[in-house]
Design a protein around this ligand. Structure first.
Ligand SMILES: CC(C)(COP(=O)(O)OP(=O)(O)OC[C@H]1O[C@@H](n2cnc3c(N)ncnc32)[C@H](O)[C@@H]1OP(=O)(O)O)[C@@H](O)C(=O)NCCC(=O)NCCS
Length: 161
């Protein structure tokens, strides 16, 4: 089921059958230094949770070029992972994915959406700031790079009502 359309791509609901495609996309999208990508097994397990839902952006050939994995439980939602393929960035895909995740979380009864972002991830922090998220907490040293560099996690929050 397509849920939105822009030039050259559309949003779809993803399932556990998309876990391998999301793993491949994650491998090229996330900074490998911080090992933020999930494996197909982790994604499939995450989607076993009845509160979890996956939104996928696909190009006209059907290839996965962006995704957002969200979990909505007991009136709160968490954006667990979101990424866009490098060749497709700065075209509004992440904005569309997070907007769609917000709408779905709201429809599932969530009043607030949370997420955690690495302090040094300037692009993602700009994206979320533009969407209206505000910082509500910091976890110093939460992320550790493969070379031992520590980075704080910033918890961001957005009201959905
Ligand atoms: C962060 C990410 C998801 C953004 O995806 P995107 O599709 O390029 O985002 P959008 O096109 O919707 O960007 C919307 C706005 O966010 C800001 N933004 C996005 N990427 C940015 C960057 N690299 N640098 C500065 N600002 C950025 C800009 O304000 C942008 O608007 P503009 O293009 O009109 O200036 C993408 O860069 C990515 O996949 N990064 C690696 C994975 C990651 O860090 N995920 C988020 C943490 S879970």
């Amino acid at each position: 089921m397509a849920t939105a359309r822009d030039e050259g791509w559309r949003l779809h609901r993803g399932t556990a059958a998309d876990a391998q495609a999301v793993e491949r996309l994650s491998a090229i999208a996330f900074d490998p230094a911080f090992r933020e990508a999930w494996s197909a097994q982790q994604l499939a397990r995450g989607l076993d949770d009845p509160g979890a839902f996956l939104l996928l952006a696909r190009d006209t050939g059907g290839a996965a070029i962006g995704f957002a994995l969200t979990r909505a439980v007991a009136g709160e939602a968490e954006l667990l992972l979101c990424a866009v393929a490098p060749d497709w960035r700065r075209r509004g895909l992440a904005t569309a994915l997070v907007d769609a995740a917000m709408a779905e979380a709201r429809a599932r009864g969530a009043h607030r959406l949370f997420l955690e972002v690495r302090e040094s991830n300037v692009g993602a922090r700009n994206l979320y700031r533009r969407l209206g998220f505000v910082p509500v907490g910091t976890r110093p040293g939460y992320y550790k790079s493969v070379t031992g560099i520590a980075a704080a996690a910033i918890t961001l929050s957005l009201p959905l009502d």
